[in-house]
Design a protein around this ligand. Structure first.
Ligand SMILES: NC(=O)C1=CN([C@@H]2O[C@H](COP(=O)(O)OP(=O)(O)OC[C@H]3O[C@@H](n4cnc5c(N)ncnc54)[C@H](OP(=O)(O)O)[C@@H]3O)[C@@H](O)[C@H]2O)C=CC1
Ligand SMILES: N[C@@H](CC=O)C(=O)O
Length: 312
């Protein structure tokens, strides 16, 4: 069995969990996955030794990397985009939990992947271990999805439930951070920005919208307003095929018996309104560094085993 070399960018909680999972579960499905290099901000580890960062195309070529895995901050610094494009040009698939470059460089990445005949797999960026992206891109193809609605930020659901139980906002956010759900800077979790990002990406997979041109209207979590009996407040993202280029995130009271109102803690769900085919809902999937890393493992296997190109 020949090894599948992987170069990993990012050694925070998600990157570390991915490297551990490759070490634990790399020998699967007839493949021998191996992380051959890990890159940090300005350092790089190869053969167990840390040294200075080297040129990425040279590293990819020297190691024969088949996959470039990204788990670096979604802070919009141009490096994630540049390195993903370099990886595709070098003939590696890209598997990413990082979201920012998908928003800014969607078309460039799609074109580069098409030219190289490689895929860019983004499950880790669209809902961690919940396979919402897979449904959007391929499973529901042909159903002509008309509308999507969902709770895709685990922190928001967790915090709103804690507020309903009487906790204060700062304490609820700190608890979500200790559980590894909230980002170190929870601003995007609470503002609706992260949910909007995930819906911009799902809309791109579903309807071909360019995320860079998709506008987001968001409502932040600041406290807990009165909610009718039998309902729970949820941060709900929505997008509709007939209103292209707009994603809305609002706090709405959902019946406790519904798919969104019934979610607990950091669970997530997306409901796809498929017109004549009816509604299809996907829920669950862990929202945590390990959950995101598992999604990246799934995507790594998919990239290597399935001969697809472009976004998945
Ligand atoms: N936490 C979760 O549940 C989920 C997170 N995500 C996304 O996964 C990504 C990774 O998150 P997380 O593991 O928390 O890590 P961080 O976002 O905290 O990233 C930290 C790591 O990235 C490295 N780093 C920083 N800047 C760069 C850069 N420009 N290029 C390469 N490496 C860099 C750092 O290296 P050094 O150690 O050298 O400083 C550090 O190891 C984020 O984009 C996040 O939004 C997605 C889904 C779920
Ligand atoms: N902070 C996010 C995790 C990654 O996307 C969340 O709460 O869902």
């Amino acid at each position: 069995m020949s090894p599948i070399p992987i170069v990993l960018a990012g050694c925070g909680p998600v990157g570390r969990a991915y490297a551990e999972l490759v070490a634990e579960r790399g020998l699967r499905h007839g493949l021998d996955l191996r992380v051959v290099a890990v890159r940090g901000r300005d350092r790089q580890r190869e053969a167990g030794e840390w040294g200075p960062l080297t040129d990425l195309p040279e590293l990819l070529e020297r190691t024969g990397a088949r996959v470039f895995a990204q788990a670096v901050p979604s802070d919009g610094d141009g490096r994630a985009a540049r390195e993903a494009l370099q990886a595709l040009s070098s003939g590696a698939h890209v598997v990413t939990a990082t979201k920012s470059h998908l928003l800014t460089h969607w078309d460039e990445l799609e074109a580069a992947a098409g030219t190289a005949g490689r895929s860019v797999r983004i499950s880790g960026a669209t809902g961690a271990a919940m396979p919402a992206g897979d449904l959007a891109r391929s499973v529901l193809r042909g159903f002509d999805v008309e509308e999507i609605a969902g709770c895709v930020n685990g922190t928001a659901t967790f915090v709103l439930d804690r507020l309903a139980d009487g906790a204060d906002l700062a304490g609820a956010v700190a608890e979500a951070q200790r559980a590894g759900i909230a980002e170190a800077d929870p601003g995007n979790d609470l503002s609706g920005g992260d949910a909007a990002t995930k819906f911009r990406l799902l809309s791109a997979l579903l309807w071909g919208w360019n995320p860079a041109e998709t506008r987001a209207e968001t409502e932040p979590i600041t406290g807990l307003p009165d909610v009718p009996a039998g309902h729970r407040l949820r941060q709900v993202a929505r997008a509709a095929r007939d209103e292209p280029g707009v994603v809305r995130v609002a706090l709405t009271a959902e019946p406790e018996t519904s798919a969104l109102g019934g979610l607990r803690g950091p669970e997530k769900a997306v409901r796809y309104d498929c017109g004549e085919a009816g509604q299809v809902t996907v829920s669950g999937g862990r929202s945590s560094p390990r959950g995101a890393a598992l999604a990246m493992i799934k995507d790594t296997l998919g990239a290597v085993l399935e001969a697809t190109t472009g976004f998945r």
